[in-house]
Ligand binder design. Structure first.
Ligand code: SF4
Ligand code: SF4
Length: 386
């Protein structure tokens, strides 16, 4: 695949392209935890460089000038950056709606208050399980569960809505009732029950993480029962269940289209149309070498899968291509080795058998949770060498 990183785009694509609306700032790949479903690249240990405070603020300024309105601070664990307050202040001054996506590790009441004062709009805390033992084992920290509970309460006490994220998989999805009960006890306002999406470390561990169809059906039924109960009680808590596309017959319209509204900047300044695109055989531009305007409108990487010309059959002549854009390019690449293929989730894809095989594998007994490959420096370095 051609991938020069800065080739000028087809002028009709540029003329029709709107600005980025969402900016995801992956401030760092450093993280004290080791979730085996982390979406960071497997070879994150090879990417140590991080943009400076001034470089990040320059990125925010350029993105805002282009039209971006929402800014997510993510990682790794964004709290390990000691300039986070400064970055939040700069983003708010520019007029961004700001969101901090955190594991809660390293958070304190003082920091929550400092973020509030800096103007941060929203904090989302992620949990690994409703049970301290499984949570801490998955996170790789004996203190993680208690810390998350304390920080969820601190966030609410500071006047933020409590937004909790539970990543679910075959080892915890049967506990969905307990998870929801915990969220209600914490007085959560929004709960995202997000089944793993199979990128990065989750793809590596897919066989050990993918729930069975029966597990998913159970989780959907329990969530729906709670939704009805909460609605009848006029309860403010909203439950969002995100299911894996491995059990669908049509793919998701990934990122609402490649390079359409979403712009992700990795810790070293590499710009991506989605946070997992780094794995594709495409050279992506870096903010230290190019302006964001050039990156968004003119770079090869951002134009590579815009429009429909790049598609192979069956997508090219399919009457659904404007709905789903052929699905996810990363999933197509991971499962077929060719990023121009239809996402194999689609039942029209000649590679749909890969998805059917994964479903069948989920019905087989799998090794215990401890056998998963955890996301840590050591494992990343081993993967980099292999
Ligand atoms: S998913 Fe887990 S390991 Fe990955 S960045 Fe988030 S908290 Fe850290
Ligand atoms: S063939 Fe391609 S465009 Fe058509 S529904 Fe499947 S993934 Fe979407």
């Amino acid at each position: 695949m051609l991938n020069t990183g800065s080739t000028s785009a087809d002028s009709t694509l540029v003329a029709n392209q709107g600005p980025p609306l969402w900016l995801l700032a992956e401030l760092t790949y450093r993280c004290p935890l080791q979730c085996p479903y982390c979406s960071n690249p497997l070879e994150f240990a090879n990417h140590k460089d991080e943009l400076t405070t001034a470089q990040w603020i320059d990125v925010f300024t350029q993105a805002r000038a282009l039209g971006a309105a929402q800014l997510g601070f993510s990682g790794g664990e964004p709290l390990v950056r000691d300039d986070l307050v400064e970055l939040i202040e700069a983003a708010r001054e520019l007029g961004f709606y700001t969101n901090l996506i955190t594991s809660g590790m390293g958070l304190t009441e003082q920091k929550v208050n400092a973020f509030k004062q800096a103007g941060l709009d929203h904090i989302q805390i992620s949990f690994q399980a409703s049970d301290a033992e499984i949570n801490n084992m998955l996170a790789g920290s004996r203190k993680a569960f208690d810390q998350k509970l304390a920080m969820a309460r601190a966030v609410k006490a500071a006047g933020y809505p409590m937004v909790l994220n539970f990543v679910t998989h075959r080892h915890n999805i049967d506990e969905i009732e307990k998870i929801i009960e915990l969220c209600l006890a914490l007085e959560a306002d929004f709960v995202e029950l997000a089944t793993c999406q199979y990128y990065g470390w989750a793809h590596l561990n897919r066989a050990g993480l993918l729930p069975t169809k029966a597990q998913l059906d159970h989780a959907e039924a329990v969530t729906q029962r709670y939704r009805l109960k909460l609605a009848a009680e006029n309860h403010p808590c909203k439950l969002i269940l995100v299911t894996p596309d491995y059990y669908e017959e049509r793919p998701k319209g990934c990122m609402n289209g490649w390079g359409n509204i979403f712009l992700s900047i990795t810790p070293d300044g590499t710009a991506l149309p989605c946070h997992s695109a780094r794995q594709l055989p495409v050279t992506f531009p870096n903010v230290t070498a190019h302006s964001l305007s050039h990156i968004w409108y003119d770079s090869f990487g951002f134009n590579r899968f815009r429009g429909y010309e790049w598609m192979s059959e069956p997508c090219r002549s399919c009457d659904e291509k404007e709905k789903d854009f052929g699905g996810c390019r990363c999933q197509a690449y991971m499962l077929t080795g060719d990023a121009t293929q239809a996402d194999p989730v689609c039942s029209k894809s000649p590679h749909h058998d890969k998805i059917l095989a994964a479903r069948a594998e989920a019905d087989l007994p799998q090794p215990p949770i401890e056998a998963l490959t955890f996301r840590n420096e050591r494992n990343s370095r081993i993967i980099c060498k292999s």
